[in-house]
Design a protein. Structure first.
Length: 380
């Protein structure tokens, strides 16, 4: 079974902390990196009921979307809800990792999961994030030690490409060296030139993981002083960014699309609200999981029929919809629960974790952490 450190390295290869917003607080919050992980609980929010669920199900790690400690913390006490959760987690030796804005923008992340849950295809980001350049690590290792070195480098964050891990290239060759006085060679004798069969090993890694990967290389390589170098690669095509734009398999009315959205996400007290003519045609859609009125202007310029997001305020939403009175092609709005929108990521995340760690149980929490518990209508 993997260590917490290995699970965190995998999560952070999918959702690199360096891509989070500067104000965000992501990564490992609580936990002993050396402890084994046998069971993971995935959740949007960390609440006391979620912590108790983790305890009762025997989870060693909670993977959350929203950070527990987003703002500065000056004390951890049992009479404060957040302090009580930290203490309960520590008492039961349960780790906590959060992927927030770094998970929002990533391929296989929150925005993409919501778009796919709503039936959209041909996806691209609403707002591109420039693609990250990667490091390409090259080293040379005896053939008998190749597999162990690949495993160590993969655990440290190298070799992750899309939804694949342990990706590497290896080619045979001949290495030469002469150990000098004071050396303790793994192969050969001091003062003698050695010619040994070696494998040239190449693996890519995020630049944010460079120090971890080099530390793993030096620790796992059999040579006293292994040869290695890194080539910084140029950024590729943008595959990450805020939100997603896509198309429905078939066009439908706004009313039918609103119902399709409601059927695709967990039920909440607030339900699904639409803004615009219920009979207008919807085919091209933009989505942003979480609070989305900051991107209303971007949505307007995308040529979409509808913008799906959460936490829309009265004045920004009203002014946005005023455009439809002058331009029938201006986008309609669909407002959904913040929690429900982001919950759609959890099954995707769980499946990725199961694929990466087949000896770890992974569960998605179905506890509703949406803050609203009921809705009332006049005469109801």
């Amino acid at each position: 079974m993997p260590s917490l450190d290995r699970v965190v390295a995998t999560l952070e290869s999918w959702y690199p902390p360096a891509t989070a917003e500067s104000w965000d607080s992501v990564g490992l919050v609580v936990g002993d990196r050396s402890r084994p992980v046998t069971r993971i609980l995935c959740t949007v929010d960390v609440t006391l009921p979620v912590v108790e669920q983790a305890i009762s199900t025997g989870a060693d790690l909670i993977v959350a979307h929203h950070p527990l400690l987003l703002r500065g913390v000056h004390q951890v006490t049992a009479d404060d809800p957040k302090g009580a959760m930290v203490l309960r987690l520590a008492e039961h030796r349960i780790g906590l990792w959060a992927g927030h804005t770094n998970a929002d923008i990533a391929p296989g992340g929150v925005g993409e999961a919501l778009a796919e849950a709503l039936g959209l295809v041909d996806l691209r980001p609403m707002v591109d994030r420039p693609a990250r350049g990667l490091d390409n690590l090259v080293t040379f290792v005896p053939p008998d030690h190749l597999e162990a070195l690949v495993a160590a480098l993969s655990a440290a964050g190298a070799g992750h490409v899309g939804t694949y891990d342990s990706c590497h290239f290896a080619a045979p060759g001949m290495g030469s060296f002469r150990p000098l006085e004071g050396s303790s060679p793994f192969i050969g004798s001091v003062g003698e030139v050695e010619h040994v069969p070696e494998m040239r090993l190449e693996m890519v890694l995020p630049r944010s993981r460079r120090a971890d990967v080099i530390t793993a290389l030096l620790g796992a390589h059999p040579y006293e002083t292994p040869a290695w170098h890194i080539v910084e690669t140029a950024p590729g095509l943008a595959t990450s960014g805020l939100g997603r734009v896509g198309v429905l398999a078939r066009e439908m009315s706004l009313a039918l699309f609103g119902q399709q959205v409601a059927d695709a996400i967990p039920a909440t007290a607030g339900g699904v609200r639409i803004g615009g003519d219920p009979q207008r045609t919807i085919r091209r859609v933009a989505v942003l999981a979480g609070a989305g009125d900051s991107l209303l202007e971007e949505a307007r310029g995308l040529g979409v029929d509808c913008y799906v997001t959460s936490d829309l305020r009265h004045h920004p939403a009203g002014e946005f919809l005023e455009r439809t009175q002058l331009d029938p092609h201006a986008p309609a709005l669909v407002d959904i629960s913040h929690w429900a929108a982001e919950w759609t990521w959890l099954p995707v995340l769980a499946e990725r974790l199961r694929g990466a760690f087949d000896d770890v149980g992974v569960e998605v929490s179905t506890l509703v952490t949406d803050p609203w518990s009921a809705t009332f209508h006049a005469g109801g």
